[in-house]
Design a protein around this ligand. Structure first.
Ligand SMILES: [Cu+2]
Length: 156
C-alpha cells in the first residue's frame, strides 16, 4: 500500500519536472554479467530496463566485442527441460514500466567469447532500442551472483 503510494508520488514528481517530455526514457539499472561456466565459451548479461517516458520502447539488439555473436535470449519450457531460444522481436518495455533480464528468463547472450570473463572485469555493451536508439552500458562481471537461479541456465 505505502509502496504503491511512493511510486505514484515519484511518478507525479517526474511529470512535474519534465512537463514537455514525450517519448520513451530508458535507463538500465543493476547490470551484471557472468560466464556460463568456468571454461565457458559463452556468457550472459542481466539488468533491469526502466522506461520512465510516456511511449513504449523495445530492446531489439545488443552489441559487444566480448564475443563473436550477441543475441537476445529467453528460456522456454520444453517438456521437462528448460531450453534457450533467441527472441527475434526483442523485449518490450512499456511506457512507465520496466522489463527485467534475469537468470532463467530473458537475457543478453554472448556466444563465442573473444576473451574469458573474469571476476571484476567490465564489459562494454551497446543496447539498441527501437525508439531510443543506442545506449552504452558498462556491465561488471560478477561470477558469484544469481546462484539462487536454477543451474540449468549454465548448461548451454
Ligand atoms: Cu542464452
Amino acid at each position: 500500500m505505502s509502496f504503491k503510494a511512493t511510486i505514484l508520488a515519484a511518478a507525479a514528481a517526474t511529470a512535474l519536472a519534465l512537463p514537455a517530455f514525450a517519448g520513451p526514457e530508458i535507463s538500465i539499472q543493476d547490470p551484471f554479467a557472468r560466464a556460463a561456466g568456468a571454461t565457458a565459451m559463452a556468457g550472459a548479461a542481466f539488468f533491469m530496463i526502466h522506461n520512465s517516458g510516456d511511449e513504449d520502447d523495445r530492446l531489439i539488439a545488443a552489441e559487444s566485442d566480448i564475443s563473436k555473436r550477441v543475441e537476445l535470449h529467453t528460456h522456454i519450457e520444453d517438456g521437462d527441460v528448460m531450453r534457450m531460444v533467441e527472441v527475434e522481436e526483442g523485449f518490450a518495455v512499456p511506457a512507465g514500466g520496466m522489463h527485467p533480464l534475469k537468470r532463467g528468463a530473458d537475457h543478453v547472450m554472448f556466444m563465442g567469447l573473444n576473451r574469458p570473463m573474469e571476476q571484476g572485469d567490465t564489459i562494454a555493451v551497446t543496447l539498441i532500442f527501437e525508439k531510443s536508439g543506442r545506449i552504452e552500458v558498462d556491465i561488471p562481471v560478477d561470477l558469484e551472483r544469481g546462484e539462487e537461479a536454477p543451474a540449468m541456465s549454465d548448461t548451454h
